[in-house]
Design a protein around this ligand. Sequence first.
Ligand code: GLU
Length: 513
Amino acid sequence: MSNIRVRFAPSPTGPLHIGGLRTALYNFLWARKNKGVFILRIEDTDQKRYVQGAEDYILEALHWSGLIPDEGPNSGGSFGPYRQSERTGVYQKHIRSLLDNGSAYYAFDTSEELEQMREKRSEQGVVSPKYDWSVRGEMNNSLNMSPEELKAALDSGNPYVIRLKVDPGQTVSFKDIVRDQVQFNTNELDDKVLLKSDGLPTYHFANVVDDHEMKISHVIRGEEWLSSTGHHVLLYQAFGWEKEMPQFAHLPLILKPEGKGKLSKRDGAKFGIPVFPLRWDQAEGEEPYAGFREFGFLPEAMINFLAFLGWNPGGEKEMYAMDELIANFQLSDIGKSGSRFDFDKALWYNQQYILQRESSFLVPYLRRELDSRSIRAPEGKLQKVCELFQERIQTINELWPASYYCFEDIADYDRKPLKKKWKGAILEHYPAFLSAIQSVSEWTATEIEGAVKAFIQSKELGFGQVLPILRLGLTGTMQGPSIFEVAAVIGREEAVRRLKSAPEAFNSVLSNK
Ligand code: GLU
């Protein structure tokens, strides 16, 4: 085992967005590639934003996607606990050392006092007033108290927070694997709260402490955390942990399907596409968020699609199974600019992966559709239908709407092609056509095809006059696999019944505007 240890550190504040899953994927790939360890850490110290069920959702989504953590709340490991809410003792110990070495201080300011400070600074023309080096000398904190005053304040039981003391006039810099050299001027950084008045750590503090305690080698996370990294680096310095500081890689944004702006959870409903791996039911009366799984995606297709949102190994090849992703993944091949969430591309991937599987994998999905409608059908028929339709679908969910007419009567007829084709010579020859079909000797695709072709020749008709009518009469639509195969699957009795009643059905569709 190498010393590469990476973590995926979601906060259970809702379902895992597809961007979060990409972060998990890149961490997973980097761990596997380096024979390292992939850790799941649940960052649940913000009690106000905690959402019931979110942690289970995250675990299920990772499992479905094949990104199984080596260490985590449900996987064990010797660096636990892996839920931050169970690690308060660890944070208490570490905050002590920062207080002792003067990098952190107690602040007793009430919300009114904080508000007054902001107002005053705004009046002085400060654009976004912060609690920082420029104001802390005037505030109610331990930097301005004698040891006796501090003791009295602590003994009084008044609420307090603990803040990081950021010294002005310095440059914090670090090298990001994706963005290269990143710099912050400490004049711009506020004295971040490290420990809240409820005794729980903030994200920044817990995140840095845990990355250190869990011996994380690479922090791979979304770009939205880049601006926090200045504070994180200061924290490593305050602890004296600079030498063991992890390397950072901040991933580019995932952009909306039209290319502008960050993909948001609301874009799913807006564009009728999933932006979550799994469905998430929101509160009563609100639309659930659609998931890739429920949309009929194969996890391997979603993973291949996600891998390419921000990473590219170069070359033409686009199909990468998980083991190939692992073999080829490099953090240095992650791009800086955002990637468009191109759902058509996701569908294309899914189609490719559906085609790669044995068609029989579709049988259980079809069986479920049939069962839900109490339709009985022999296994062999299901096999055949899956074989015929496998190459015609982009998602598993399309299988039933595409093939339903093999099992139940036509739901409706496509008017447009009917209007074009149900006219001229075929009307006159239809009775003869019907008897040609009825006298097919053996009801197989080959025999049916032979009979239809012989009929076409004998009447000197064109294929384009007869085959569309056969197809519309049997299926109601112009889309579908070989119509002779379809006719064979439907069965002689049902096919003849449909073709007998077709003229009446056609005419009625055409007479309705
Ligand atoms: N808890 C943060 C999140 O929800 C983790 C960010 C990080 O990886 O540092 O995304």
